[in-house]
Design a protein around this ligand. Structure first.
Ligand SMILES: [Zn+2]
Length: 386
């Protein structure tokens, strides 16, 4: 969403704008037409959200959100039947048996995997922490090449079958989109430049954790890809992004080459894509990958907790930079696992491997502002349970 300053409940699409641009530049007539049609729909949805948020600010009648139910998973999948008129037909609700439609089942399982990861790992009750029901709408539009979270619901297109498969196919795509909801509820990260890239990276981190948790994979067993399975066989590429090796996810004559940098020296300065939010997210993505693999075991146990506590840290500012975020992760590691712990050292080392240096002496200095006190030292605290 191209807004600055940030407002709540932006429209977050999984497909980065640089990918669409490459298809428009290199694709066939049909491929170009499809991507332009998808972009036109996305732009309309953004305009509608802007208009609604303007009305809300003026105190006009605002459509009520879903009813909150505390402490339970509550999924509903709607079949849009290729229309764009919400909500579509209710196709499967919580506890109902499998549908004959793979998209309905994948959306149901994806919402469930996301809910379970947040509940079991972080004791978080849904996106807002208060049991928000999870709604997904599948078969949105014709050949719609995208998936998005609009603050209230997840919407998934069928893909065109030429470049993209159905968007329900990758559970981490669902995890990524819902993580934008968590970030909006918890963190104040502006969707612009480095703070925006951190926002994107957090969605990749928690999206990947949803997949790893579902598959019970340890850090060294995970693929660390985002959107694996989304590309058809026609594409030279494995996924939208690689957290392990940013810049290597795809290299294709229509999609171009994955533009993500893996370290700060290769940071991309651009005004496109809200200042490269889907591009420079490769840098904090790789830092998380390094922390998780160097600590070993399940990534959500230690690395995931450190990142989650950083997201929830009140000192995380809307305009956070990679460096200020990195400092907070070091502080979170020290708070969770002890000052001088291996975890703290691994986090600091990982950031330095992506050219972001958090010095031991200065780690806390710029973070203590007026009225913000450092947290009490909890040296030797036991690692949280998974
Ligand atoms: Zn995103």
């Amino acid at each position: 969403m191209c807004l600055y300053p940030r407002h709540r409940h932006s429209l977050h699409c999984i497909l980065p704008p640089h990918l669409s641009r490459e298809i428009v530049r290199n694709g066939s007539k049909e491929q170009r037409e499809r991507v332009l049609r998808t972009q036109a729909v996305d732009n309309t949805l953004r305009a509608m959200r802007l208009a609604r948020s303007g009305l809300a600010r003026m105190g006009a009648q605002f459509q009520p959100g879903p009813i909150m139910v505390a402490g339970q998973k509550l999924r509903t999948i709607f079949d849009m039947k290729n229309s764009q008129e919400f909500p579509g037909l209710m196709a499967r609700s919580e506890g109902q048996a499998n549908s004959s439609d793979v998209c309905i089942n994948e959306a149901y399982e994806g919402l469930g995997a996301t809910y379970d990861m947040y509940q079991e790992v972080f004791s978080r009750n849904s996106i807002d922490g208060q049991g928000m029901p999870l709604h997904a709408h599948v078969h949105y539009g014709h050949d719609y090449d995208n998936a998005f979270w609009d603050g209230e619901r997840m919407v998934l297109g069928d893909g065109d079958g030429d470049i993209f498969n159905r968007f329900t196919i990758a559970v981490d795509v669902i995890g990524h989109e819902l993580a934008h909801g968590v970030t909006e509820h918890e963190g104040p990260l502006t969707y612009f430049v480095q703070a925006g890239a951190l926002n994107e990276s957090l969605s990749d981190v928690f999206g990947s954790l949803v997949k790893q948790h579902l598959l019970k994979q340890k850090a060294d067993e995970a693929d660390w890809l985002i959107g694996q399975g989304l590309f058809t066989k026609n594409v030279e590429g494995q996924a939208l992004r690689s957290m392990k090796a940013p810049g290597t996810a795809y290299d294709d004559n229509v999609l171009g080459k994955d533009p993500q940098p893996a370290r700060m020296r290769d940071y991309v300065h651009t005004w496109d894509d809200n200042g490269g939010v889907h591009i420079n997210s490769g840098i904090p993505n790789r830092a998380f990958y390094l922390v998780a693999t160097q600590l070993g075991g399940y990534a959500w146990e230690r690395a995931g907790h450190i990142w989650y506590e950083t997201l929830r840290d009140p000192r995380l500012k809307p305009n956070a930079t990679f460096l200020s975020f990195a400092r907070l992760t070091v502080l979170s590691a020290a708070r969770l696992f002890g000052s001088g712990s291996d975890e703290e050292k691994v986090v600091r080392d990982a950031w330095s491997q992506v050219d972001i240096r958090v010095s031991r002496e200065r780690v806390g200095e710029p973070l203590w502002g007026p009225g913000v006190q450092p947290p009490p030292q909890q040296s030797g605290q036991q690692p949280p349970a998974q």
